[in-house]
Design a protein around this ligand. Sequence first.
Ligand code: F6P
Length: 359
Amino acid sequence: MLRVGMLTSGGDCQALNATMRAIVKTLAFKTEGKVEVYGFLDGYQGLIYNRYTRLSPEDFAGSLTHGGTILGTSRTPFKELDKPTADGVQKVPAMVSNYRKLGLDCLFMLGGNGSTKTANRLSQEGLNVIALPKTIDNDTWGTDMTFGFTSAVEVATKCIDDIRTTATSHGRVFVIEIMGHKVGWIPLYAGVAGGADVILLPEIPYDIDNVVEAIDEAHADGERYAIIVAAEGAISKEDAALSKKEYKAKLAKRVMPSVAYEIADQIAARTDREVRVAVPGHTQRGGQPDAQDRIFAMQCGVEAAMGCLEGKYGFMVSQRKSRMCRVPLKDVAGKLKYVDPDGEMVREARDLGISFGDR
Ligand code: F6P
């Protein structure tokens, strides 16, 4: 009998259930039902406190289209891994011990960057771990794609489309804040798909005067409105020149609720246009997985299950140039995949006339 554990860690996304379903169905099919699956509740917390539920393929009936995670999730910061919990439990030894007590052959971890660091640590402690690249942000190093990304882009694009109609009616400038603190893949893709005039990314610091210039140009071209897509982590050139510490201190004193409001305020101060803000926020992590995410969830789940059946561990499932592959966990842990400011997508967007606010 094969015994495996599974957990979902970090921010949720639309395709978690679809991915777990693919793992469980593949294992059950390939072993002719000779598999026991332990689903740990609320991310690594479930493994720390040995809180789990048994899972079978039937538990995933209808789940292909359900966002969120049936296991629940939580964030267990990597930097606090060696600090005991509030009730004095040493996290890593507890996880290792619970894995061993259940006699698990493998642990499937569906998570993003921070979670992958913890998965690597558990792998170094001798556990058989397989990670699957979950995050709407698509910022996991070592894979072209993460599950959750295309669904989030879909939600963000729909938001831009919806704002466009009201922006047109009123002839307003809209600043739409899209998720992505450190990395701007969602704002880049949704901005292009939604026909934004300006896209502001954490990777390309902006100058507000360039943003205003782009708005003026849009108006000169006959547009009644303008759409600015700003990543949560959009940063001005001035702020990018600060040290990490100085920037953190400045953010702590920010009076505006977020960067979009700050940018809107600066635009309003420099023009006589009406400016509004829209923040779709966590709707970008909600709702159903789109078709592409469901397919990628299937590919990730099958690849992970096959790795386990082959007795191969210590890797993250990945996709490169449309081919599924496996990347050693130690190579992935702690690395982010940033938007390349000189990359193809940014270049094409610039050729189309989209401004990134940097020139
Ligand atoms: O990592 C996914 C993500 O949705 C980011 O895009 C966003 O910045 C962050 O999580 C929000 O985190 P929380 O759900 O803890 O507010």
